[in-house]
Design a protein around this ligand. Structure first.
Ligand code: HEM
Length: 183
């Protein structure tokens, strides 16, 4: 891989993931220090709401809503996906009551890592298309477009099942935690 690609794309992507874990540890420590540990419980629903909002991108992509530009909504998805995951890591990270929520958290981190990988692949493919589009004849441009679509198709075959695992575990956790909680 070309060095500049590592500097411009892979490096920031790795930082984004490491930053997520570091930020979760820092926020959790700050809450403990301030005697606000209880706040973590409420970060569960807030983080879930933020993740749910991030799926506006999917609704737009599938034509279920008409507002917003897909590109901006994808950036919105990436930012909210990161932020929602941070809050959910703080929500679940510092205590252990059951295995299932931990598997849900683990699956979430894997999904975020996969999302960040997808973002790198997409940007790299778009860069190639843009670089080629200037001088390439129509035929070559079509090949580059097809390569982008193909890369993302392959990525989706990994990303979507990971998502399904995460969403299933999260849903079971939300239902059981709500039912078992003594209000
Ligand atoms: C727990 C957090 C996340 C969840 C549950 C999640 C889920 C998803 C899902 C279900 C899709 C498919 C969208 C569709 O086709 O309808 C998707 C696409 C995508 N996600 Fe995420 N994601 C998360 C976080 C992130 C993060 C943090 C990033 C990057 C920083 C990211 C980048 C992407 C990209 C680039 C796509 C592909 C866009 C496309 O080609 O359609 N995701 N994500």
């Amino acid at each position: 891989m070309h060095r500049s690609v590592i500097v411009r794309q892979v490096g920031p992507a790795a930082l984004l993931l490491a930053g997520l874990v570091a930020a979760a540890i820092a926020v959790d420590a700050a809450l403990h220090y301030a005697g606000l540990r209880w706040v973590g419980l409420y970060l569960g629903p807030v983080g879930t709401g933020i993740l749910a909002l991030s799926f506006l991108y999917s609704l737009r992509k599938r034509g279920m809503i008409a507002f917003g530009r897909p590109r901006q909504l994808l950036e919105f998805h990436e930012t909210l996906g990161w932020l929602g995951s941070l809050l959910l890591l703080v929500h679940g990270g510092s205590h252990f009551n059951a295995l299932l929520p931990w598997f849900a958290l683990l699956a979430m981190v894997v999904v975020v890592a996969s999302g960040i990988t997808g973002a790198v692949l997409l940007r790299r493919a778009l860069e190639l298309v843009r670089a080629g589009a200037g001088e390439a004849p129509d035929g070559a441009r079509l090949v580059l477009d097809a390569v982008t679509v193909d890369i993302m198709k392959k990525w989706r075959t990994v990303h979507m099942p990971l998502n399904a695992v995460f969403l299933t575990l999260a849903a079971i956790h939300i239902v059981t935690a709500t039912l078992l909680r003594s209000w």
